[in-house]
Design a protein around this ligand. Structure first.
Ligand SMILES: [Zn+2]
Length: 305
């Protein structure tokens, strides 16, 4: 759908329903992982919506009129930042005309702020199609980075809704304690696979691999956002055989068939490793999703899958 049509439909929808006084703070997150963090920190006093579906590529979300309506009514917007949403969020925000979530407003949370970014390019050339031009934006797969994001969410919610500041702070403390406890468990589960060589479709497990001491030897995409070419895939297969890399990690929106073809020729297996809560059954929260990722990867590396 073209953007003018989307904006027109959205404004009609907004006019039709009008604005009603909301008891609950309305928090909109661009992706389900950020929405899960908002629910942890906001608790049941905030109403959280995610724009992207769990099975959608966060770089290329399908813009809908309903997104403009949702953004128009939001008290808080949480985005990943580092240009993760560059391809789809700016026009939706412009159409939503909501000063509460404008850039720099207290209601606007940029998750990447304060996170130590990996893979910041030394030269900048978007013409090559690289969608990671400000560094790798997939930092939520690292639970330690997530604690930084959770603190930012807690601080902003307290500013927008000062009456409940103590509650947001208490939820943050509880969340951090739970992350620390689970981290020890996840580290223990993956400890036998220290320095294991893995392959991913996109550069979306860089922070995860860094945190859990895994080595990514190849990606099926030659560059983030660029479709695999046969020549590149031949190189990947060669590397996998030479390095004895036995697993390829894919997300629901990536080309499973390409991954299967490469895996077959390299003597490897494909693992479904979605980073968005809700993409698989019983992974509705950040903790459930991380449990799933760690368990699936450990089983795959053990050769049980
Ligand atoms: Zn990416």
């Amino acid at each position: 759908m073209n953007l003018h049509r989307i904006a027109t439909l959205a404004l009609i929808a907004i006019a039709a329903t009008g604005s009603s006084a909301a008891a609950q703070l309305r928090v909109v997150a661009t992706t389900p992982d950020l929405a899960s963090l908002a629910r942890e920190i906001g608790g049941n006093v905030v109403n959280v919506t995610a724009l992207a579906k769990p099975t959608e590529d966060p770089h290329y979300v399908d813009a809908k009129p309903s997104h403009i309506v949702t953004l128009n009514r939001a008290d808080v917007l949480i985005e990943g930042g580092a240009e993760l949403e560059l391809g789809w969020l700016p026009p939706l925000l412009e159409s939503s005309r909501n000063a509460r979530i404008a850039a720099g407003a207290r209601g606007r949370i940029v998750a990447s702020t304060g996170v130590r970014m990996l893979e910041i390019p030394t030269s900048f050339d978007r013409s090559k199609g690289d969608v990671h031009s400000l560094g790798n934006p997939h930092f939520l797969a690292d639970p330690v980075s997530v604690k930084i994001v959770a603190r930012r969410i807690s601080d902003h919610l307290a500013q927008v809704d000062p009456r409940l500041a103590a509650s947001y702070k208490a939820n943050l403390v509880r969340f951090n304690a739970r992350i620390d406890a689970k981290m020890a468990e996840w580290q223990r589960q993956l400890a036998p696979f220290r320095n294991a060589k893995i392959v991913t479709y996109h550069k979306d497990f860089v922070y995860f691999a860094n945190r859990f001491n895994l080595e990514i030897v190849e990606t099926l995409e030659p560059k983030p956002g660029i479709a695999p070419s046969p020549a590149h895939l031949a190189k990947v297969i060669g590397t996998m055989k030479a390095e004895n890399a036995r697993v390829i990690l894919v997300q629901p929106y990536q080309n499973r068939r390409t991954a299967e073809t490469v895996a077959r020729q390299a003597g490897a297996v494909v693992l479904d490793m979605p980073q968005q809560p809700g993409a698989r059954p019983n992974t509705g929260t950040y903790f459930d999703m991380m449990d799933y990722l760690v368990t699936t990867l450990a089983a795959g590396l053990r050769g049980q899958k």
